[in-house]
Every structure is written in structure tokens, then in C-alpha cells.
Design a protein around this ligand. Sequence first.
Ligand SMILES: [Zn+2]
Length: 348
Amino acid sequence: MKALVLTEYNHLSVQDLPKPTIKPNEVLVRVQAVGICGSDVHGMDGSSGRRIPPIVMGHEASGIIAEVGDDVRGWSVGDRVTFDSTVYALDDWYSRRGMYNLSDGREVVGVSTPDFKRQGAFAEFVAIPHHILYAIPDNVSFTQAALVEPVAVALHALSLTPIQVNDSAAVVGAGMIGLFIIQALKLAGCGTIIAIDLDDDRLALARKLGATHTINAGASDRKSPDVAKQVQSLTHGRGADVSFEVVGAGPTVKTAIDCVRKGATVTLVGNLAPSVEIPLQAVVTRQLRLQGSCAINGEYEAALALISSGRINVEAILSAEVPLEEGADWFKRLYEKEKGLIKVVLKP
Ligand SMILES: [Zn+2]
């Protein structure tokens, strides 16, 4: 089968690999669409340590079941499916307590670390355990279904965050996940949704998708006050009730902390820098709750339903749909942060 392989750091090439052989609890999925994730782009150069070559990356995918393992029940050849990016153990302590995203020994499709390697979906076929499959509603396309994973990541972040009707929320980072969080905040009844980014085009898109206000953090100077002050001016002088950090870097974590009111929750979704500095005294004396949000814990069905009913717009985030063969080129364009590019979907 054709596969886009990370043969060494910063080098992708289309190779002919043997079709995966499935285990009794797995199905073979003929991939129809697979999104390039930011974590793939950042993983490509070795900086994250989570894409050790050689590896077929790709965990945001959809396709058609081509083979069914002997122990699989309830799924048939021809079924249209998408799947969780996390492969978790069912008999794990965390899974049994409803936190499968935290399960010990969890693996991620298309990721390789010193502990595990699992081939991903930048290929014609991928082997997937049946307990992480989800049926795609008839009116949802394969391309839309390939974007379910990031929508579910956004829904998971919301599920951890206390939000009441008419609350104010600040979203630091208007990339793909940030834009899905903004749409979900609107659905959750937030009255004030403030998108903060450095890119005016992304901020314009944020407004189109539900942000009530936008702040370009790069524009702060003597004339326009700093971001925290601007957020305060939009929230009765207090700061936002909740904030989401969707970049994963020191300055944006600080912004997410600076722009909330006392007693607020700051949900950290971005995951780029291994460590950042936090303003300890502000967190303690303002009694802030900082919490991480990891991946997805059961939000797939909701994400598929919201896409199916049109309440979450995934097309707005889609920049290009291209053949798998062009993957290396599009990876490069994403790596170089080409302006206007958000989500690229490959079609094997
Ligand atoms: Zn992803």
C-alpha cells in the first residue's frame, strides 16, 4: 500500500509498505481522508520527541472498513467509520473510572515514542482496535469526519471548565482547536467570547464563528492597552470568567492567566513547550484554578452530532484537500507557517 512515511526527521516520502495485518480485535480501515495535525507538523522535526522515525503519522482520519478481525462484533466491511486518536486499555484503573484519556500505557495512532510505536493513517490502510471506532452519520462526509478529532478535543476542554449561561470566556490562540472552542462556547451559552491571537485573518474567522470580540495581542502598544486591560474593559472591569490557552507557550499561558477574574478557571489545552513560567503569586492570591485538558474522553459522539446538525462548522477551518502524494509539500508549507493555512486534509 501507499504510505507517507517520516523516514527521518524533516523528511517525508511516499513509500510502498505492506498492508497492515489486523489482530483479532482490530479492523482494517481503508483511509478516505486524514488531517494533518499541528502535532504532526511539530513532531516532524523531532522537537516533540513523539514522532520517532520511521513512522507513518496521522491520527485524524476517516474511512471504510475493509477487513474485520475474528473477535470484532457490531462492525462490518463497508461501514463508514472514524476513530479515537487514543488507543486505551479497557482493563486499566483510569479507564474503569471513566478517564480513558489518562489510561496507563495509552497509545496514540500515528505516534512513536521510546515506549510505543503505532502506525497512523497517512496511508491507504490503517489497523484500528474496534473499541475506538465510531460510525459516521450519513450526512457527514469523510473529510468532515476527519475533523471530528480536533472538535472532540475542544469539547473535552469545555467539559472540564465550569461555564454558566452568559459567562465570559477568553480564548488565547485562534488556530484550529481555538476556533472549535469558540464555536462550542457559543453553543454552551457564553455571552462574551473574546478571541486573542496575533493574526488578523484568524481573528476575523473567530468572529465569524462566534467570537463577540477579538484582540490582536501583537497590536498592544502605548495607544492600545495591554491584552488583560482590554479583556477587563469587556468584562465589567473584572476579567473573564474562564479562559482557554490553546497555543502552549510561555507568553500565551501568561496572557490566559492575566485576563481572567479572581476565582476563575484557566484551562490549558496547548502543548508545545515542555515547561513555562507561571506568575505564582497572581495564581495563588487571585485563587485561580489552572487545569490541563488532555485529548478526548468520550466526546466523539457529541462532536459527530454537532457536525451532522451543522452546529459546528468544520468547513470554515479547512484550507485544502489534496492527494496523499502531495503530503510532503503541504507539510512543508504548514511547517513554514504559510499565511492563511489552517487545516489540510490528505486523501489517500
Ligand atoms: Zn491531532
